[in-house]
Design a protein around this ligand. Structure first.
Ligand SMILES: NC(=O)c1ccc[n+]([C@@H]2O[C@H](COP(=O)([O-])OP(=O)(O)OC[C@H]3O[C@@H](n4cnc5c(N)ncnc54)[C@H](O)[C@@H]3O)[C@@H](O)[C@H]2O)c1
Length: 245
């Protein structure tokens, strides 16, 4: 990926940071967009120091087209082109469907689904013009299987899978590939909130018997973003220890 530039949304920590680090190790310059401005800048600076690639960390809210456009202008001025976009920013606001508050539904759909559309629209335009690009969307196994207590989250992630297929079809003839990964349960701040009992129950649902790591997800994203996947588009790759078969 030497000479390529990659944007990772929600890259300040967790899975996004692992993806940014791996793409940097593969030679790409990385641009981290996150609502957590200080953490985005710190993660970008740490990657530059550890790996020696050019990086940029910016405050971006993926639900706001104006915020994305401003950050994209800044990235284009600094880097000149964008080769890879990883739509990773995402949140949960769990609760049973009949008790779920409308604001929790709206927030999760806005960040996890509308945010992917906003970033794909803005960065996709640049890629289509260049006739080159790879977009990888971070969906979830619950977008495929459903999950009690996650009506908003599972709907948003199922939406991401549909959006991946449509953008892949619209962009295919102009050199831009769009794929998704659907992680199962991965050890991050998002799953640290689970109780020991919930984690025990999860382990029983995973054929491989344990939670995954952010690096497991990053490896699959790097593959789909690389030329090794140059004839693959519109696919969703499950990274879940065998939960979905
Ligand atoms: N952890 C898991 O088990 C798991 C499983 C399946 C899918 N995922 C998905 O992986 C992705 C990363 O999750 P994670 O576990 O690393 O979570 P995380 O909370 O550690 O990281 C998410 C990042 O997104 C950022 N973010 C939130 N709202 C944003 C916004 N409006 N604009 C820009 N950035 C924003 C956060 O600040 C944070 O840095 C998410 O899309 C999540 O749904 C996680």
């Amino acid at each position: 990926m030497r000479g390529e530039n990659a944007i990772i949304t929600g890259g300040a920590r967790g899975i996004g940071e692992s993806i940014a680090r791996l793409l940097a190790k593969m030679g790409a310059a990385v641009i981290i967009w996150d609502v957590l401005e200080d953490q985005a800048k710190a993660a970008a600076a740490a990657i530059a120091k550890d790996i020696g690639v050019k990086t940029l960390g910016s405050a971006v809210d993926v639900t706001k087209a104006a915020s994305v456009d401003t950050a994209l202008d800044a990235a284009m001025k600094e880097f000149g082109k964008i080769d890879i976009l990883v739509n990773n920013a995402g949140v949960t606001r769990d609760g049973l469907l009949i008790r779920m508050k409308e604001e929790d539904w709206d927030l999760v759909l806005a960040i996890n689904l509308k945010g992917v559309w906003i970033c794909t629209k803005a960065v996709g335009k640049v890629m289509l013009k260049a006739r080159k690009g790879a977009i990888v969307n971070i969906a979830s196994v619950v977008g495929v299987m459903g999950n009690a207590g996650q009506a908003n989250y599972s709907a948003s992630k199922a939406g991401v899978i549909g959006l991946t297929k449509t953008s892949a079809r619209e962009f295919a003839q102009r050199g831009v590939r769009v794929n998704a990964v659907a992680p199962g349960y991965i050890r991050t701040a998002m799953t640290d909130k689970l109780s020991d009992e919930q984690r025990g129950r999860l382990r029983n649902m995973i054929p491989m018997g344990d939670l995954g790591t952010p690096d497991d997800v990053a490896d699959a994203v790097a593959f789909l973003a690389s030329d090794a996947a140059k004839y693959i588009t519109g696919q969703t790759l499950n990274i879940d220890g065998g939960m979905v078969m």
